[in-house]
Ligand binder design. Structure first.
Ligand code: DC
Length: 230
């Protein structure tokens, strides 16, 4: 088993930006688990399924085959063989991913894939339940967060850079709803693992967060083994 870095936190906390650059600097693969839930969500949306139609989601779950490939170190998500990387970064898909990820069948399927990936290489994996559920034995656990206002501001900026008009108040509302749903669902809800380090990025720049995480991910001189029996 390789080294495992688990990064969890709410929507828009900067997990993917930071996890991607951290993985690059450590030479590990980066696994974006949100993208997997988003690919499933795209399948449900294409079928015309609504977020609240839990039974239809459960029934359609088996038809959506989500797999991962790496191209130049970048994760590509395939939905029934189609590369959907360019189609999953919308608010509609994100909201459907949050809604459909409450279904146990969806979670079981994604968790199995994530654990398999973590067995194959050293990984930085980000999501909502990585440190608490998917990789409870991870070597380093980080809970990355920021205030709702700051997260909404960053999301709006991202959209504007892509030429998409963004309503910051609507984004803040969506984020708050998403946080609530992700934190209160029955299976593997978002919460900070007891042994995770909390990093609040509200007043930090990206390079500052990167340095902080790199520091946290350093391999201890004793290789991570307890000194107790030394
Ligand atoms: O990180 P993201 O915004 O791409 O994730 C989209 C949704 O997917 C998120 O709101 C909840 C769900 N998700 C999850 O339930 N568990 C994960 N490990 C990752 C994402």
């Amino acid at each position: 088993m390789g080294r495992q870095i688990a990064i969890d936190g709410p929507a828009g906390a900067g997990k993917s930006t930071i996890a991607r650059s951290l993985a690059k600097r450590l030479g590990y693969i980066y696994v974006d688990t949100g993208a997997m839930y988003r690919a499933m969500a795209l399948y449900f949306l294409r079928k015309g399924i609504l977020a609240e139609e839990t039974e239809r989601i459960e029934a359609a779950c088996g038809e959506a085959d989500v797999t991962i490939a790496f191209e130049n170190g970048e994760q590509q998500v395939l939905l029934n063989g189609e590369n959907v990387n360019g189609l999953i970064r919308t608010e509609a898909v994100g909201n459907m991913a949050s809604a459909s990820s409450v279904c146990l069948k969806v979670r079981e399927k994604m968790t199995e894939l994530q654990r398999k990936l973590a067995q194959e290489a050293d990984v930085v994996m980000d999501g909502r339940d990585i440190g608490t559920f998917v990789l409870p034995q991870a070597d380093v656990k980080i809970y990355l967060t920021a205030s709702i206002e700051e997260r909404a501001r960053r999301r709006a900026l991202e959209y504007e850079q892509k030429g998409i008009t963004a309503d910051i108040e609507q984004i803040a509302k969506d984020i708050a709803e998403r946080d609530y749903r992700d934190m209160h669902r029955e299976h593997a809800p978002l919460r900070q693992a007891e042994d995770a380090v909390l990093v609040d990025t509200s007043d930090m720049t990206i390079p500052q967060v990167e340095e902080r995480l790199l520091e946290l991910c350093k391999v201890p001189e004793n290789g991570g083994k307890s000194d107790f029996f030394a």
